[in-house]
Design a protein. Structure first.
Length: 302
């Protein structure tokens, strides 16, 4: 087994670590990431969908050679799916075997069937387990999709890095996992949870940074087309759309255009590929006629 990879020792080292993995972060994000790593605090990332919040957890896991444990949140997420549940089928077999053997000590039987071997560990409990490669990266993704009751349950985990199981006891991480919590802000997250984290708003990148991201992730794209793509997307975000495209959509669109061997943006090319960039029919419909010509003109102007 390999030993744990050392955490970066400075903001510059953190910035370099992220860059080496293809994540071109702003210095503010690198700073708060460095502080979260050094202080052992969860990092709460909020922002629009597709701006790279989830990706930073993946990048950290790869760069630090740690296991990535992802909990994808959704409405109705409960403890049995996120934390633990008991293997009731195995417990029932154990009870039947004990009865068949004439074991009538109920207290002992109760203790036996709630042993760790019957415990099914879900993502949050898995993240508290020791690992020779170092504590894992725990990604709690899109927390705003989960119910407020589940959010409240997380307070013990994010403050003390432990889980209390009534029948078993308290399980505490020997070393805290690296925790990244993300939210698309479809609802407000309670202050009690935010106070346990370091916070950063991940915004859309500047045109210069987005161009660097496109060139890094879509190396086959021409210099002219990459510039036009970024100008187009940046202008698009100034329009009144239901959902503006994030960086993920920019990369999808740039990749789609290279697959079509496009050399420059035209009204025909844009119209044929808008589905890679916009995800709502109302937005695609709005992006027709004069609006398309206006945004395209901004994109192709030298």
């Amino acid at each position: 087994m390999t030993a744990a990879t050392a955490l970066p020792g400075s903001v510059d080292a953190t910035l370099e670590l992220l860059t080496n993995q293809g994540y071109l972060a702003e210095r503010q994000l690198a700073t708060v990431t460095y502080l979260a790593l050094r202080m052992g605090r969860p990092l709460f990332l909020e922002g629009e969908a597709g701006v790279g919040k989830t990706e930073i957890a993946k990048v950290l896991a790869a760069a630090l050679d740690r296991k990535l444990i992802r909990l994808q949140c959704y409405e109705g997420l409960d403890i049995a799916s996120a934390v633990y549940e008991w293997n009731s089928a195995a417990q029932m077999i154990a009870i039947r075997l004990a009865e068949a053997a004439g074991d009538t000590d109920r207290d002992q039987l109760s203790s036996d069937i709630f042993a760790e071997r019957y415990l099914i560990k879900r993502p949050l409990l898995q993240a508290l387990q020791p690992d020779v490669a170092g504590s894992p990266v725990l990604l709690i993704d899109e927390l705003d999709r989960a119910d407020e009751a589940f959010e409240a349950y997380l307070l013990e985990i994010l403050s003390d890095f432990q889980v209390t199981i009534p029948e078993f006891g308290t399980i505490k991480a020997p070393t805290p996992p690296i925790v990244i919590v993300t939210s698309n802000r479809t609802r407000e997250i309670h202050d009690a949870l935010k106070r346990r984290c370091l916070y950063h708003w991940v915004d859309y990148p500047s045109a210069e940074r987005e161009l660097a991201i496109v060139k890094s992730r879509v190396p086959n794209i021409s210099a002219k087309l990459s510039q036009q793509v970024v100008r187009f997307v940046q202008a698009l975000r100034e329009q009144d759309f239901y959902k503006s495209p994030g960086v993920a959509e920019t990369l999808d669109w740039a990749t789609a255009l290279t697959e079509l061997d496009a050399r420059a943006l035209t009204a025909q090319v844009v119209g044929d590929t808008l589905g890679a960039l916009l995800k709502y029919q109302d937005d695609i419909t709005r992006m027709q006629g004069d609006t398309l010509q206006k945004v395209l003109k901004e994109a192709v102007s030298e």
